[in-house]
Design a protein around this ligand. Structure first.
Ligand code: SAM
Length: 412
């Protein structure tokens, strides 16, 4: 029997915000994709742990859950996991799950969003957040912010905000033994308030805000404690909702080169970057130094990044995108069960001279990797980016978002 989706009423949808859908391919599968792509108004994108940490272009949890429910039974994989929406929904659906991302912040956020912690552990988290604030105050008393952090971060934070963030990260950064996971969780709580505490415009716009308002003393500490309290509540809801037996397997890995021991996968449900739209490595720049994360793989292996599309231009960007998606499909295709499926949620991209239609690029990549398109649904999405208005069909700015089901070519 199909599980009832239980996201509570509330808030706005993230992506897939409606509009007329174009269906193609197998009619029954296309219809199922279309209904997954249209979260009902009551589907809350912040339910469970979904609202914990910003992630540009995160999937609507309703869409992730519905795609998992409609697809083949068995292990779910998300090779471009971002903040872990698919991972959470797979656990709720009772599935084993393996997921990866090149960005270390993704790994931390997905880890933090998927812990099945007892009430005792959640209470310890909140108590420890308060203790960390006291310890950080003692730690920074009479000290200056570390030179290396000051050098890169002082232009991005007001001095009280930087001192509080740095000292919290320091007291939480070296714990070993049974409390290490509590402090890891608290570092991700700090991560989730860092951009708000900085002069950066937003999580997806990594430039300084000309209208930045001063962040007063104690504000970062207050936000940090409030986030820990809120997350403890969200983890309680997650604890009740999870039906999977074990924890997810989360990897810091390039989707094009997963480890050999991934094991059999029934359904890859994932949202690769939209070509030329986001710059995930740059979006998280405020977090790496403060939280001691190594961004090497994110900087060198991110596919479809805006920074590279701007340098190489449309034709090469499209060619690279096809090659990158084909490489990811071929790599995960090796782990796919014979009746397995790959479902992609991806929006049109952005070149300097206008939108990049993604659907034909995915179809080309699928062919190259030995997959066929089983069905797809495309719908207009709201205007964003510098290419607005340059291509009439589709959405208000000519852009669409697609949900595409692929199967190994022999099964199509
Ligand atoms: C659209 S986001 C995924 C959002 C995710 N579905 C969620 O709900 O949070 C795309 C992700 O792909 C990751 N990524 C980019 N290149 C990658 C690569 N080569 N291998 C694995 N992940 C990659 C980015 O870091 C980003 O987190």
């Amino acid at each position: 029997m199909k599980r009832q989706r239980t996201h509570a009423p509330g808030r706005r949808a993230l992506s897939n915000v409606g509009g007329r859908a174009r269906l193609a391919g197998d009619p029954a599968v296309a219809k199922a994709l279309a209904s997954a792509a249209r979260p009902p108004g009551k589907a809350d994108p912040r339910a469970l742990t979904h609202g914990f940490h910003a992630w540009p272009a995160r999937m609507h949890p309703f869409t992730a859950g519905a795609l998992i429910d409609e697809g083949p039974p068995g292990v779910v994989a998300d090779p471009f996991m971002g903040g872990g929406t698919v991972v959470v929904e797979a656990l709720v659906a009772g599935r084993a799950v393996v997921a990866a991302d090149v960005n270390p912040v993704a790994l931390e956020v997905a880890w933090a969003r998927t812990r099945r912690w007892s009430g005792e552990r959640r209470a310890a988290l909140v108590a420890r957040a308060h203790l960390a604030v006291e310890a950080a105050r003692r730690f920074r008393h009479g000290k200056r912010v570390d030179d290396a952090i000051w050098k890169t971060e002082s232009e991005w934070f007001d001095p009280p905000a930087l001192a509080e963030a740095w000292s919290l990260a320091e007291v939480l950064g070296h714990t070993e033994g049974p409390d290490a996971d509590l402090d890891r969780m608290l570092r991700v709580c700090l991560s989730s308030v860092l951009v708000k505490a900085s002069k950066q415009v937003s999580d997806s716009v990594p430039v300084k805000d000309a209208e930045h308002a001063w962040t007063p003393a104690r504000r970062v500490e207050d936000w940090f404690v409030a986030k820990a309290e809120e997350h403890a509540g969200a983890l309680a809801a997650l604890h009740r909702a999870i039906r999977a037996e074990g924890p997810p397997r989360l990897l810091l890995a390039d989707a094009r080169r997963p480890p050999d021991d991934v094991g059999p996968v029934a359904h890859v449900v994932t949202s690769p970057p939209y070509p030329g739209v986001y710059d995930y490595a740059a979006h998280h720049e405020r977090r790496y130094a403060l939280l001691g994360l190594d961004a090497g793989l994110a900087r060198s292996a991110e596919v479809g990044a805006r920074r590279s599309v701007r340098v190489v231009g449309r034709a090469d960007a499209e060619r690279h995108y096809v090659n990158d998606i084909a490489a990811f499909l071929a790599a995960w295709g090796r782990h796919l069960e014979p009746r397995g499926r790959v479902t992609l949620v991806v929006g049109d991209g952005q070149a300097p001279d206008g939108p990049i239609p993604t659907l034909p690029l995915i179809a080309a990549a699928a062919r190259e990797a030995g997959f066929g398109v089983l069905a797809s649904v495309s719908q207009p999405r709201p205007a964003f980016g510098p290419g607005r208005g340059k291509r009439p069909p589709g959405g208000r700015d000519g852009k669409e978002e697609h949900v595409i089901a692929l199967t190994p070519a022999a099964a199509t």
